[in-house]
Design a protein around this ligand. Structure first.
Ligand SMILES: C[S@@+](CC[C@H](N)C(=O)[O-])C[C@H]1O[C@@H](n2cnc3c(N)ncnc32)[C@H](O)[C@@H]1O
Length: 354
């Protein structure tokens, strides 16, 4: 495994008692695709015509009839499958996280060595921002993103499309892909990653690549500034307990992921390691910016990430959770902590000529 990491030397901290200011309006919200239903049709009765209206209504209600819980909304299609919300604040958080990750991986869209990609799939695309960036960068490629939630924008490049689909279902794509991508998905979304890698292998062209841009939500620090009595550390431990209770770990174990790729038949497997700072403490300007996004992601995301895990899975009451989150937010703003998330970009190739 490659171990070289970018320079994350700590910025000099002259006032350790001061705190970061929270920026809640760092990005505008992505629009919800209200037109998503317009191209969905089905045959109705014996009239011999496509009854667009009735099928539109049923598809719309099945996709947009969001579950409401804990003051948030959650996906309607295959309800209950995924534990994090899909409302406007979560959409904003996903976009913030996207920029944080992208900056921390050298502002690179993907690492798989593909010169002229033609057909690309993003599984669990979220707001579809990765697909849009890839479609812009590779105008000859066709880029498809799939997700449980219809939270992708309407104005997208013509070579980009989105589908509401459950990646756990059988894959019935008509053409093989030369890149299948995931970002921030392992091990808290799909139930079986060995199954995912088997499906990815079957749906790639010979010589095609799978690429997983993933992370571990347990923060680390190289200068021991995360203290043993940290409340954020306690929060991370409770998140782990909750995920374990539902048969997941909540984060990517790169060795395990590489082994799962190997078992599925992938070759030339590689893991690139990066660090996503939490807070603008790194000297490097790009990582400093990543750190600002990383901090906002956590400050803004903690409630949504915790709601179902702590109340439904662990049985906490809402007041207990609010109190912990308040403590965590206070701690996260402390400048003296130089924490980061490990980021793993794991790539593997399907054997055969391109
Ligand atoms: C943490 S978000 C990551 C979004 C995006 N990959 C990014 O990095 O910006 C995880 C996404 O996976 C989607 N998801 C979870 N389970 C899924 C499934 N079984 N099939 C399709 N999408 C799924 C969720 O709806 C959510 O949008």
């Amino acid at each position: 495994m490659e171990t070289a990491a970018p320079d994350l030397s700590v910025m000099s901290d002259t006032d350790a008692s001061s705190v970061y200011t929270q920026n809640t309006s760092i990005l505008s919200m992505a629009a919800i695709d209200e037109d998503a239903q317009s191209d969905i049709t089905s045959m109705s009765g014996d009239s011999g015509v496509w009854d667009v209206e009735s099928s539109t209504n049923s598809v719309t209600s099945s996709i947009f009839n969001y579950e409401e819980a804990h003051g948030r909304t959650y996906h309607a299609f295959h309800r209950g499958q995924y534990l994090f919300p899909n409302d406007s604040s979560e959409i904003a958080r996903i976009e913030v996280k996207y920029h944080a990750v992208r900056l921390s991986i050298n502002d690179t869209i993907f690492f798989a060595p593909i010169e002229d990609p033609q057909n690309i799939l993003d599984v669990g695309t979220g707001t579809g921002i990765w697909c849009v960036d890839v479609a812009d960068a590779y105008p000859n490629a066709t880029v498809k993103g799939i997700d449980l939630s219809p939270i992708q924008p309407s104005y997208i490049p013509s070579n980009c499309s989105f589908e509401i689909a459950d990646a756990e279902d059988e894959w019935t794509f008509s053409q093989p892909f030369d890149l299948i991508h995931t970002r921030i998905m392992i091990d808290f979304t799909l139930k079986s990653w060995p199954t995912f890698f088997n499906k990815a292998y079957e749906n790639l062209s010979p010589g095609g690549w799978v690429e997983c841009q993933e992370f571990d939500f347990h923060r680390q620090s190289d200068d021991d500034t995360i203290k043993p009595d940290s409340r954020v550390k306690y929060w991370e431990e409770q998140v782990t307990v909750a995920f374990n209770r539902i048969g997941m770990t909540g984060c990517c174990n790169p060795e395990l992921t590489m082994q799962q790729m190997r078992n599925a038949g992938f070759i030339n497997i590689e893991c690139r390691n990066f660090k996503l700072p939490i807070g603008p403490w790194a000297k490097d300007p790009r990582l400093k910016e990543a750190g600002t996004f990383g901090l906002v992601n956590l400050l803004e995301g903690m409630q949504g990430l915790s709601a179902k895990l702590f109340t439904d899975v662990l049985g906490w009451d809402a007041e207990q959770l609010d109190a912990l989150i308040t403590e965590c937010r206070h701690e996260l703003r402390q400048k003296r902590v130089h924490a980061y998330y490990p980021i793993y970009v794991i790539t593997g190739q399907k054997a055969g000529a391109v």
